[in-house]
Design a protein around this ligand. Structure first.
Ligand SMILES: [Zn+2]
Length: 224
């Protein structure tokens, strides 16, 4: 029997982990489980856990580790996860990582391969502050990469391009510091357990994907 592939992605905002998770999900035919998506879904379906989460969010509070873990577990029990899954946005804390380590063997899954998509702060700041979005159709551009044909004007609809509030320099630096403080312990946790793989996130999307694939293929997990 094939061993399921279980993957966790870690990476700063703008590092491209969502993109890599989606690509890998297509390649292995296993679901991309994004915490944001499953929380929204649980709330929309008005499941008991979703209602619990909504109560917290409406009160302006963080959804507790406990509720997040239960919602993730509920998701991983679904039949489409039987060959594995890719987690994006979970775990975020050591407590969540410990819950995951307890949950996986119980659900007969192997421990995850954890990919840290590593992009230097300078490069990240450039990517994020370079972002411009169309004020009309929301199309995203980047003044350092995917530029519009005419400056400050959307190729699709001609709308004016703008810098979003959360892509401004101060906000980005704040998010980056917050991310580092929160994620450094997780990286350390997985490194100590031999589950962490550092991926150079400064490369293009396709090269990063190739690097991830070669790690997976050379791992013992799928050797049978
Ligand atoms: Zn537009």
């Amino acid at each position: 029997m094939k061993v399921p592939l279980t993957v966790v992605f870690l990476g700063a905002p703008g590092a491209g982990k969502g993109t890599q998770a989606r690509v890998l999900s297509g390649e292995y035919g296993i679901p991309h489980v994004s915490t944001g998506d499953i929380l929204r879904e649980a709330i929309k379906s008005k499941s008991p856990l979703g209602m619990e989460a909504k109560k917290k969010m409406d009160a302006g509070e963080l959804v507790s580790d406990e509720i997040v873990c239960l919602i993730v577990e509920e998701r991983l029990r679904r039949v489409d996860c039987s060959q594995g899954f890719i987690l994006d946005g979970f775990p975020r804390t050591i407590a969540q990582a410990e819950r995951l380590a307890e949950m996986l063997p119980r659900l007969l899954f192997p421990l995850p391969m954890v990919f840290h998509i590593n992009v230097g702060e300078e490069e990240l700041v450039k990517r994020l502050t370079g972002r411009r979005s169309c004020s009309v159709c929301r199309q995203i551009y980047n003044i350092y990469g995917q530029r519009p044909r005419i400056e400050d004007q959307c190729d699709v609809c001609g709308g004016k391009l703008e810098l979003r509030e959360d892509d401004k320099m101060e906000v980005i630096q704040e998010r980056f510091t917050e991310y580092t403080n929160q994620t450094e312990p997780l990286i350390q946790y997985y490194r100590e357990r031999g589950l962490l793989f550092e991926i150079d996130g400064s490369k293009d999307i396709n090269s990063i994907n190739q690097d991830i694939l070669s790690v997976i293929k050379s791992s013992k997990v799928l050797s049978n």
